[in-house]
Design a binder for this molecule. Structure first.
Ligand SMILES: [Zn+2]
Ligand SMILES: [Zn+2]
Length: 151
């Protein structure tokens, strides 16, 4: 669910009319800011006087159920094992200097259910997809509809 929130005073607008109006006025506001030599942070200036904030378009996401234990999850637990390779050299003060830090192949990133420890995602994109509930369910349903006829 989309809503508008001021980045200074925190006032919120949740009605669709305000959101549509803000989206339509976005370009004009960006141009106004450009003239002033600043970058627009939001879609339009906060109407609460004398607030100097701007209205930012935000999105509410619903909590997702863990596929294993069913607990509704606001957040995931990130477990990261980082194996790194580093170039080590002797610096001018006689101490070791570390350069060129790289992730070695064996690094693992795991996003788990905080309740039951079930592995939910293995990279950032997957974790975002889970929390935004953009699982590829719809694609699967569509494919089933398009089964080729056998005759
Ligand atoms: Zn404000
Ligand atoms: Zn769970």
């Amino acid at each position: 669910m989309e809503y508008l929130k001021c980045d200074r005073c925190g006032v919120e607008y949740r009605d669709q009319g305000s959101i549509d109006m803000a989206k339509n006025g976005k370009e004009a506001w960006e141009k106004t800011c450009e003239k002033d030599g600043v970058e627009a942070r939001g879609l339009f200036p906060c109407p609460a006087i004398p607030c100097t904030g701007e209205m930012i378009l935000c999105i509410d996401y619903e909590d997702q159920p863990c596929p294993h234990c069913g607990a509704t999850l606001e957040f995931l637990t990130l477990e990261e094992n980082r194996f790194i390779s580093v170039a080590v050299m002797l610096g001018i003060r006689g101490k070791l200097e570390y350069n060129d830090v790289r992730d070695a192949d064996m690094s693992t990133t795991e996003y788990r259910c905080p309740k039951c420890d079930f592995l939910i995602a293995t990279d950032e994109e997957e974790a975002i997809r889970f929390l935004r509930s953009e699982a590829p369910k719809e694609a699967e349903v569509e494919q089933e509809k398009e089964k080729p006829e056998e005759g």
